[in-house]
Design a protein around this ligand. Structure first.
Ligand SMILES: [Zn+2]
Length: 179
């Protein structure tokens, strides 16, 4: 039973070619996610950040607000300082930041000042987000630098992490009150 190949209809679907770039983005966001878990294990709000330059991780940090008793000790701020020390330059041109939560206005300002080329964040932050969630620091009309922003990368996982952390904190507070 031979079939005539030329008469067979071709597949109506198009092939999906995996993007190496997309794969890399998710790869780095997963590293940031693991940093966020480090934060949780130390009683910090679980936010993690990674900075990559030339496909090399030059900074990885998590939120240390409680440990340092410092409201500026956000994961992004620590990562930016680390990255600058690592390359010996305050300009992080051509470097990419991956952070599990939308940066606050302070961190968004530091991102622009450091000239980071690209930022990807996981969970949006409608209360304090500085890249469009609450305000958009990246949209200042006369700023001399703008960064490319990707949102929602590993978003569900990053959001679940933060929401679960606050839920657990509330439950702990409630149970310590009742005893
Ligand atoms: Zn921040």
């Amino acid at each position: 039973m031979s079939q005539n190949l030329s008469s067979r209809p071709s597949c109506p679907f198009e092939k999906i070619y995996p993007s190496q770039l997309e794969k890399d983005k998710l790869f780095y966001m997963k590293l940031a996610y693991n940093q966020a878990i480090e934060a949780w294990d130390r009683g910090e709000v679980p936010v993690g950040a990674i900075i990559v330059k030339n496909e090399e991780v030059i900074a990885s940090a998590y939120n240390q607000t409680e440990a340092n008793a410092d409201p500026t000790a956000h994961a992004e701020m620590i990562a930016i300082t680390q990255a600058c020390r690592s390359i010996g330059d305050w300009r992080l041109t051509d470097a990419r930041l991956f952070v599990t939560k939308e940066p606050c206005p302070m961190c968004a300002g530091a991102i622009l000042s450091s000239r980071l080329t690209y930022v990807a964040y996981g969970a949006p932050d409608p209360a304090m987000g500085g890249l469009g969630g609450a305000v958009d620091v990246n949209a200042m009309p006369r700023a001399n630098h703008r960064t490319e922003v990707d949102s929602g990368l590993l978003g569900e996982e990053c959001l679940a992490l933060i929401q679960s952390f606050f839920k657990a904190a509330r439950e702990q507070k409630a149970s310590s009150k009742s005893t």
